[in-house]
Design a protein around this ligand. Structure first.
Ligand code: ATP
Ligand code: MG
Ligand code: MG
Ligand code: MG
Length: 484
């Protein structure tokens, strides 16, 4: 029997509650009031103001699980999904926080206690890292963290790490500090005997993976690039829940845990195939759908509907990607994704009740999106197939005009065309696509101006219309003409 996701998550929260932490619910995944961020991409994002000192923290110690999305901006793991076993578009980040309260000693002691005593992960399979220092910032190695780890593990498992992996910064400016990461080696004994694990840390090995990052925030990066000590020291940690599940379940893929198995089994049985966990197109498709349905469902239930712009388009792109995997590799010619939502909602409702509460709405939105895209998907795919030889003749390249036609006429987001291209050994002329896109924008701008003048003439006696943007203006013009 696989360990239950609900139990493992609860153990994390109970552990930190027993250490005086206040447990808070996850913030919505959708960010509405921050121009620098579309979706929450780490556990600390909702607490940004406490670290910056903009707001006092209501509790000094907090723990939670935060829904995170890494599909755009600085963190974008979309291309990895389905092909590797431990990056998702949406994942849960378990975190414990000290806002000016405890620091390195307690954070390290508790991280170790939780992993080795509560979850009983084997000590000899854990590697920890510390910041090696940076000349440019005039910072020495974090020997304090290194020394603390010596109480718990052996020297060969305590590794120095560079600024990229071991100095965490919120952005170009703002709170920052050294971090220590915990990695686990899940390889078979025989492999471990052949090659030790230390050199595989941070080397993209599918079974030697980072599970937990503990950040010690004690500096502020100023606009001139210099560092200043913060008045208080904070702890910000993030542990990938699905990776933790892989470790406690003793399996080699996040998808083989109780987090994903109910979804995977349902998708496989509806498709009439067996999931084997391999790198075959059917298995990849099942993993991608199991991953993407979580992102889509949680984004919609948190208020982000699929649309043609910004965050809405990110969700639509992910949805269309999932539809295409289902259509091509699992033979779903009718809407299917929406049927997975109840399985997900039931599985997650004790911790994220919002999905269950809005299940029918979420299903309806997804089904409508599926219906709309399925109308053009097949023809778009045929068009791509028909042109394959000519793409090969023009240097294995899908030209910008065709990529744009696929986007405009068949609703293929550019990254979907790029994905299909990759499967066929082709590239896409993205610059050419951008040129076509710009030309179309100009065309519709001119058309809107045309409509605006039509409208003004028809209603010459009425008050001049307030300029509300091209789309609104066009819609308004249509409505007004209708009323004639
Ligand atoms: P990686 O190096 O594996 O990409 P990261 O260093 O980018 O991870 P952090 O920003 O340190 O990740 O986030 C803290 C933790 O969140 C990681 O230790 C990992 O367990 C988890 N995590 C990060 N990205 C993902 C993802 N795309 N899917 C699942 N878990 C993730
Ligand atoms: Mg990463
Ligand atoms: Mg990393
Ligand atoms: Mg990390």
């Amino acid at each position: 029997m696989l360990p239950s996701a609900n139990q493992v998550r609860q153990q994390f929260l109970d552990f930190f509650a027993s250490k005086g932490h206040h447990i808070v619910p996850s913030a919505p995944i959708v960010v509405k009031d921050d121009p620098t961020l579309m979706f929450i991409n780490s556990g600390m994002a909702p607490f940004k103001d406490y670290f910056l000192g903009n707001k006092p923290a209501p509790f000094k110690r907090v723990a939670d699980t935060q829904k995170c999305l890494r599909v755009s901006g600085k963190h974008n793991d979309l291309e990895e999904v389905g092909y590797d076993t431990y990056h998702h578009t949406m994942f849960e980040m378990l975190g414990n926080w000290s806002f000016g309260d405890y620091f390195k000693k307690e954070a390290i002691a508790w991280a170790w206690e939780l992993l080795t005593e509560v979850y009983k992960l084997p000590k000899e399979r854990l590697y920890v890292t510390y910041f090696e220092g940076d000349k440019g910032d005039n910072l020495g190695a974090d020997t304090e963290t290194q020394g603390l780890w010596r109480q718990y593990t052996t020297e060969d498992r305590i590794l120095p790490g560079n600024k990229k992996d071991n100095f965490w910064e919120m952005g170009d400016t703002g709170p920052c500090g050294p971090c220590t990461e915990i990695h686990i080696d899940l390889r078979d004994e025989a492999e471990v005997a052949q090659q030790g694990g230390a050199e595989l840390v941070n080397a993209d090995h599918p079974q030697v993976v980072e599970i937990w990052n503990n950040v010690f925030m004690e500096f502020q990066r100023k606009a001139d690039g210099s560092l200043e000590k913060l008045p208080a020291q904070h702890v910000d940690t993030g542990m990938g829940f699905e990776r933790l599940m892989m470790a406690v379940s003793g399996v080699k893929s996040n998808y083989d845990t109780d987090v994903f198995q109910p979804l995977i089994q349902f998708i496989a049985s509806e498709a009439g195939v067996k999931y084997t966990g391999a790198m075959e197109p059917t298995d990849i498709a099942i993993r991608v759908i199991a991953d993407h349905i979580r992102t889509i469902s949680f984004a919609i239930s948190d208020g982000q509907l699929p649309s043609n712009v910004k965050a809405g388009y990110v969700i639509r792109r992910i949805l269309r990607r999932a539809v295409r995997y289902a259509f091509t590799f699992l033979n779903f010619k009718q809407p299917f994704l929406y049927k997975v939502v109840p399985i997900l909602a039931d599985h997650m409702h004790s911790i994220f009740p919002e999905l269950k509460q809005q299940q029918q709405f979420v299903q309806r939105v997804i089904e409508e999106e599926e219906i709309a895209f399925l109308k053009t998907l097949e023809n778009g795919l045929r068009r791509l197939d028909a042109l394959e030889d000519s793409f090969k003749q023009q240097g294995n390249l899908i030209d910008g005009k065709t990529a744009f036609e696929l986007y405009d006429t068949f609703g293929f987001p550019l990254d979907l065309t790029a994905l299909i291209a990759r499967e066929k050994g082709l590239n896409v002329d993205e610059k050419g696509f951008a040129v076509e896109m710009e030309q179309q924008k100009n065309r519709s701008r001119r058309a809107a101006e045309q409509e605006q003048s039509d409208w003004v003439i028809v209603h010459a006696s009425e008050e001049q219309p307030r300029f509300v943007g091209y789309d609104a203006l066009r819609a308004e013009a249509r409505i007004l003409r209708y009323r004639q």
